[in-house]
Design a binder for this molecule. Structure first.
Ligand code: KIV
Ligand code: ZN
Length: 595
């Protein structure tokens, strides 16, 4: 989107008349003709002036709609600046950092490495692997990822202080390409109320952090936290300063998900125009989804010249989440006629990555989620089905296969051997940490293949959803369950599970079979946790399908998610509950940094 500022000014009678009219109705804040020329030169005007224009128009008896002055510019013509910016869009994935800030989405080091390896396979340019100063565990996870990931840049977040930058620098040391991403808040409300720092002190801390970070790597990114509510002149000042100090990527976050696409376009465009040395850096955006506009705002930033988007798999992230990687990537790919940009993403790896992240974090993907939701390519209406059968493109703008859906492919059978099983897991992007984990998973597969006639890819993802990949960290292991339910009778569950290798037996009644099973476990474990969320989804079609259960437990401010899958959903529920309890027990192994 481009603001037709020339037409806007002309509609108010030209620069002279507009300045006079504004000064007349707002005598306390006079506007000079020179100021209007400046708007024209920059192609934008301050937000406060927009409100004044609306009032001026109302006084003149007409309506003023800012959107009337926004024109869709073809990317090649988006002021010609986009040519200068290049036609490669860098994808910066922050699933392992911002994504991990979702309640209960904490991961073990091994899980983080598994996701990082898959992100590398997906073709992500930069993996934000964590926040090194948050905990020694997170620093070790970043270090381990830096050792193993070779094709993607590995990045650590750092607040703008010596300790954080040093921790980040140490953590990324083994990386082929390592980045330090340092940030400080720049909005008046954050500077005054949170940091209790003056703007001068904030600039000083930012410059110092960038300089220090450059001692560890040439690849330094600076973010102005809460840029959406920051003063434009202050942003120009701080970005100018950090570029001079050596920052090579400038990130403009909508930390609180407050913007809308036209304004975000405007903000990024203005910054690129006004910041001296803006052509020396890659401009980036990082949008949160509080108003459901994270992807739209990110794409508006791209149209304005941003060449890095920070995003997460499945849109995971703080509060309502971040811009979803799969939506950003597929929008840019599917509408290459508009964007004219390429990414390094292998889109056929999108669905496997989405499933892996969902499985590990315990965050199921909503069925109607774009690209990776189970219904994203399902056509219900007869007219649509008929159209798609005749010619796919009648109702599909991209193919399910192009994003990695394999259409419930039958994968393995009852007679498949361990090698075939291992090869299939590799094909699906699932890597297990040890031979022991592989053996456990294979045993579970055999059990499942006995119960279910057909085993699909989806079943294999689910098979690994309740921690079987991290056997060495499990205290509690499900063994067996007996449940009695009868209309009019109180349900009763008898469960057997292992606690650090010791068999435990427990029984309880409950309001329903799930309640009875959970109460039976609690009668032995006494975790004192509160059940915050319970959900069950069928993994594949048909009544034979496994149910995948997610359980979220909270205790003393710690939130954990557990998952379990089985053709019997009460068994799946008990497994999910035990998997969540395992996370409480191995708490030091589960990393959940919070800013
Ligand atoms: O949302 C935000 O502002 C962040 C920064 C640390 C980039 O996550
Ligand atoms: Zn964020």
């Amino acid at each position: 989107m481009q603001l037709d500022i020339e037409r806007l000014i002309e509609d108010f009678g030209g620069p002279g008349r507009l300045a006079e009219a504004l000064t007349r109705i707002f005598p306390d804040e006079p506007v000079s003709r020179a100021a209007i020329y400046k708007w024209r030169e920059r192609g934008s005007l301050p937000l406060t002036q927009l409100n004044k224009l609306a009032q001026l128009a109302a006084n003149q008896g007409r309506t003023f709609n800012y959107n009337d002055y926004l024109a869709m510019a073809p990317m090649s013509a988006a002021t010609g600046r986009n040519h200068k910016m290049g036609d490669r869009l860098f994808i910066f994935d922050t699933t392992l950092r911002d994504g991990e800030q979702s309640p209960g989405a904490s991961m073990t080091r091994e899980e983080k490495v598994r996701i990082a390896r898959q992100l590398e396979r997906l073709g992500v340019d930069i993996i934000e692997a964590g926040f090194a100063a948050a905990s020694p565990g997170d620093a070790q996870a970043i270090h381990a990822i830096a050792e193993q990931v070779k094709d993607s840049t590995v990045c650590s977040l750092a607040r703008a202080n010596d300790n954080d930058v040093r921790a980040a620098g140490e953590a990324i040391k083994p990386a082929n390409r390592g980045r330090i991403h340092t940030f400080i808040a720049t909005s008046p409300i954050h500077m005054e109320k949170k940091l209790r720092m003056t703007p001068d002190q904030v600039v000083e801390a930012a410059v110092r952090a960038v300089r220090q970070a450059r001692n560890f790597t040439d690849d330094v990114e600076f973010s102005a936290e809460d840029a959406v509510r920051s003063d434009m002149d202050f942003l120009v000042r701080i970005f100018d300063a950090v570029i001079q100090a050596g920052a090579r990527t400038i990130n403009v976050p909508d930390t609180v998900g407050y913007s809308i696409p036209s304004l975000w376009y405007q903000r990024i465009h203005t910054l690129i125009e006004r910041v001296p040395g803006s052509d020396l850096v890659v401009w980036s955006t990082h949008c949160h989804n509080d108003l459901g506009m994270a992807v739209a705002n990110s794409l508006a930033a791209v149209e304005a010249g941003a060449r890095q988007v920070e995003c997460t798999i499945n849109g995971l992230g703080e509060r309502a989440g971040n811009a979803s990687l799969e939506e950003v990537v597929m929008a840019v790919k599917t509408r290459s006629d508009l964007f004219g940009l390429t990414t390094g993403i292998d889109s056929t790896q999108i669905v496997p990555t989405s499933k892996l992240v969902s499985t590990i974090t315990g965050y199921p993907v909503q069925p109607n989620k774009a690209i990776v939701g189970a219904n994203a390519f399902a056509h219900e209406s007869g007219i649509h089905q008929d159209g798609v059968l005749k010619h796919r493109e009648t109702y599909e703008i991209m193919s399910a296969e192009s994003v990695g859906w394999s259409a419930n492919r039958l994968t393995l059978g009852k007679l498949s051997g361990r090698n075939a099983f291992k090869t299939k897991l590799t094909e699906l992007g699932i890597e297990l940490a040890s031979e022991e984990a592989l053996n456990a998973a294979f045993a579970r597969f055999k059990e499942l293949a006995d119960k279910k006639r057909e085993v699909f890819d989806e079943d294999l993802y689910a098979l690994l959803s309740d921690g079987v990949g991290a056997v060495e960290l499990e205290d509690f292991k499900f063994v067996s369950l007996k449940v009695n339910t009868e209309t009019g009778e109180e349900p009763r569950a008898e469960i057997v599970f292992a606690d650090e290798g010791h068999e435990k037996r427990a029984a309880s009644s409950g309001s329903g079979p799930v309640d009875a099973a959970f109460k039976a476990i609690e009668s032995v474990v006494h975790s004192g946790a509160e059940l915050q969320l319970y959900s069950v989804n069928a993994i594949t079609k048909g009544t034979e399908s496994q149910g995948e259960v997610t359980v979220r437990l909270a205790r003393d401010g710690t939130i954990v998610n557990g998952q379990g899958a089985d053709t019997d959903i009460i068994v799946a529920s008990a497994k999910a509950y035990l998997s969540a309890l395992n996370k409480f027990h191995g708490k030091e192994n589960w990393l959940n940094p919070q800013l």
